[in-house]
Design a protein around this ligand. Sequence first.
Ligand SMILES: *Cc1c(COP(=O)(O)O)cnc(C)c1O
Length: 428
Amino acid sequence: MAVHTLASTTGSVSLGPATALSCRECGERFDLAPIFACQSCFGPLEAAYDLPTGDPEALRARIEAGPNNIWRYAPLLPVPEDVATKPNLNPGFTKLVKADNLARELGVTGGLHVKDDSGNPTHSFKDRVVAIALEAARAFGFTTLSCSSTGNLAGAVGAAAARAGLRSCVFIPHDLEAGKVVMAAVYGGELVGIEGTYDDVNRFCSELIGDPLGEGWGFVNVNLRPYYAEGSKTLAYEICEQLGWRLPDNLVIPIASGSQLTKIDKGLKELVGLGLVEDRPYKIFGAQAEGCSPVSRAFKDGHDVVRPVKPSTIAKSLAIGNPADGPYVLDICRRTGGAVEDVTDEQVVDAIKLLARTEGIFAETAGGVTVGVLRKLIETGQLDPAAETVVLNTGDGLKTLDAVAPTTGPTATIRPSLDAFRQAGLAG
Ligand SMILES: *Cc1c(COP(=O)(O)O)cnc(C)c1O
């Protein structure tokens, strides 16, 4: 297939094992560049690799000897070889928590793990994808790092840009949770609230890229999206490595644009292809909030096309009404024998509290969505409780306090006296 050489001022760049961008629809290949749509069919582009061949044992040993962050997987990512020496937030290698108490409560007997990405530098999974996009931005010579965000991404971009010494200017819907707004602003970059939904913000950013106003800007999830998206593969790598280099039976993954879910599948397939894990079937389950469930709707209706919706849910980090990767998510969940489910806001809150109460993990609303969906999948017989399951928590509950604040608080408020405490009935 012809490799197009682009009339770009960036010149040719080198990003580790990544050799080209390839169209997910027609397969046409392009030089590595800050582009995201196929020039022939307008399909989305993704990174293509020349991955290390040869002895899987040697590769496994090399990975295990690497740093305790995503750069241990640098041989499988579109990043320069010396990536670990550059200023970056170095996210990843977050905890895989064996969740026996939650398993007991949900009736899971085959083993249950929570992959807890609240432990990343800005407390969400987004640090993974931004770290990769940052390397692409450096390679292409961008001086401003930007994004359209449902909240977490804005904070991750602000922090990564601060550390890398780049300017940042990020765009969010004007009505986000206070915790997300503060996190997006505190790193000192520009933060712009847009009067509209995330989908409006994203459309605005696409216009900005095409305009001289946006020149020199790397939008991590727009013109750098093919690189950004690859960061989610590290979740697949880590889960398998932390399980002792093997695949789980089931994964329950949240869906916003659907990028994370599709790239976790890509990462799992790479591990099989490289001989790093044994090939066996696994099922991927997608999780949405009922108030923004276009992919779940399409799954249940048996459609291949995702009809956009106007989001209305407390799970704002997942509130993308027109998910770019929707059709790919449907394909993966169907092909692997998984499903896509959704839960109400009330079930999200219940699930946040369930995870906190059983495992001591305080998840943001997205984690409430995945745990709530896991419970529903078991109750409706869609997920086998005798199989081994990994459920993702992608963000920190401190960013979405409002979701649980109305239904949590002190058991009692008393005068500082033993008498008052006795009367409260809490002794023993
Ligand atoms: C962005 C985000 C996701 C997943 O987003 P995708 O667009 O589907 O990749 C999941 N959880 C949280 C908390 C997020 O911020």
